[in-house]
Design a protein around this ligand. Structure first.
Ligand SMILES: *Cc1c(COP(=O)(O)O)cnc(C)c1O
Length: 393
């Protein structure tokens, strides 16, 4: 094995070089692109003085984000982490609760749970989607939980389990139908972490419309960006109204009085960022086409390798291909790291998947299911340069 390592890495560098062509080096993993009316809309904010947390671009952005997710309501927020926190709070997660999250996710998924005073409870992933495994979820809940006064209780900790957070990894939709079945049986709310999945579809329905409420991110590395930003989308008017209220210091509407009816947050997205977002959303359809074209180039370039393949979109899904991903057939950190060294040295910015969350120091003693798929895939995934413009004809 060891003797074949250098040749594998060299081969991979050559294949990625073929895909990205003469793009200037280093080729970033994912760069923001501003090809539309960004300057014009941001300038309008500066010219009119509407730069902060109210303004017409905030309203327009909320409307358009909801539209692109096929939901009735959108609430623009400062970032995806805050959006997750708001989403969890409005579905009723309370301090002391446990929330089911995949262990293979960006740390924000679990951090948002902790910010509410609740505890992440880690569940294994499904090799076909890289997202939360409904089978692992169901088996784990059957064996380790009991019902009590219509609440689901973790037998080992005595804590209430109130919600589940499927995440669509790199834009590939999780198995939402089966996750719904399990969630309904056990009385769990579903908060979709759709931070990576703007524009992805599951059986024809957009990600973001597949749970009770969903969180999106518009950070600089995501498919579209507002600089920093996030949003909640939902079809539930009560959840949307409460999220907007809570994120706006829970202030009661009045012409001049400052009366607040609970402890709220300052989580609203500024108009300046929303202006960027409005311009970016206009480019979503074209960007999705470019990202799919880039994914096709990667599939073509990597189709005949024995030890490595590109991760395919799950059946009946349309992924946004936020990040294209190489999958090693077997978990081997030496091979993986050699590939990372070779590609990065060649000016091709590649990255491993996140450390499994249950292995992070501060989550080491959190409750969890068995995690065999997480522990295997943690060592097998490498993201390759995926900016949409690399797929432009
Ligand atoms: C980016 C991301 C977030 C958080 O978004 P921020 O806007 O960076 O706070 C949450 N979950 C996942 C899976 C993400 O990729």
């Amino acid at each position: 094995m060891t003797s074949r390592m250098p040749s594998i890495s060299k081969d991979i560098v050559e294949r990625i070089n073929l895909v990205v062509g003469n793009a200037p080096r280093p080729v970033p993993l994912h760069a923001p692109e501003f090809n539309g009316s960004e300057w014009e809309k941001v300038k309008d904010c500066l010219d009119t003085g509407w730069v902060s947390s109210v303004g017409r671009y905030v309203d327009e952005f909320e409307y358009k984000v909801a539209e692109s997710c096929g939901t009735k309501f959108g609430v623009a927020l400062v970032n995806g982490t805050a959006a997750l926190q708001m989403a969890l709070q409005v579905v009723g997660v309370k301090p002391g609760d446990e929330v089911l999250v995949p262990s293979l996710s960006f740390v924000a998924t679990a951090n948002a749970v902790v910010h509410l005073g609740a505890k992440p409870h880690f569940i294994d992933i499904d090799p076909d989607t890289l997202g939360l495994s409904p089978t692992a979820l169901e088996e784990h809940l059957r064996q380790n939980c009991r019902a009590q006064n219509s609440a689901l209780i973790n037998k080992a900790t005595g804590a209430r389990i109130s919600a589940v957070v499927p995440m669509h990894v790199f834009g590939h939709p999780a198995s939402m139908r089966k996750i719904w079945q399990v969630a309904e049986e056990f009385g769990l709310h579903i908060v979709e972490d759709a931070a990576e999945a703007l524009g992805s579809e599951y059986f024809g329905s957009p990600c973001g419309s597949l749970g009770h409420v969903a969180a999106l991110s518009f950070n600089g590395n995501k498919t579209l960006t507002t600089g920093g930003g996030g949003a909640i989308v939902t079809n539930d008017a009560t959840l949307a109204t409460r999220a907007k209220h809570l994120s706006t210091t829970a202030k009661l509407p009045h012409q001049w009085e400052f009366v607040h009816d609970e402890v709220g947050y300052n989580f609203r997205m500024p108009n300046l960022n929303a202006a960027l977002g409005c311009a970016q959303l206009e480019q979503l359809p074209e960007r999705l086409l470019q990202k799919r074209a880039l994914a096709d180039k990667y599939f073509e370039a990597f189709k005949d390798l024995e030890d490595i393949e590109m991760f395919q979109e799950p059946a009946n899904c349309k992924s946004n291909f936020w990040l294209n991903t190489l999958v090693l057939k077997t978990p081997d950190l030496e091979v993986r790291d050699d590939i990372l060294r070779a590609t990065n040295a060649a000016g091709l910015q590649c990255r491993p998947v996140w450390r499994a969350l249950h292995t992070l120091e501060f989550f080491k003693s959190n409750p969890r299911s068995k995690l065999p798929a997480t522990e295997s895939f943690e060592k097998r995934l490498i993201n390759v340069p995926s900016s949409a413009w690399l797929g432009a004809a």
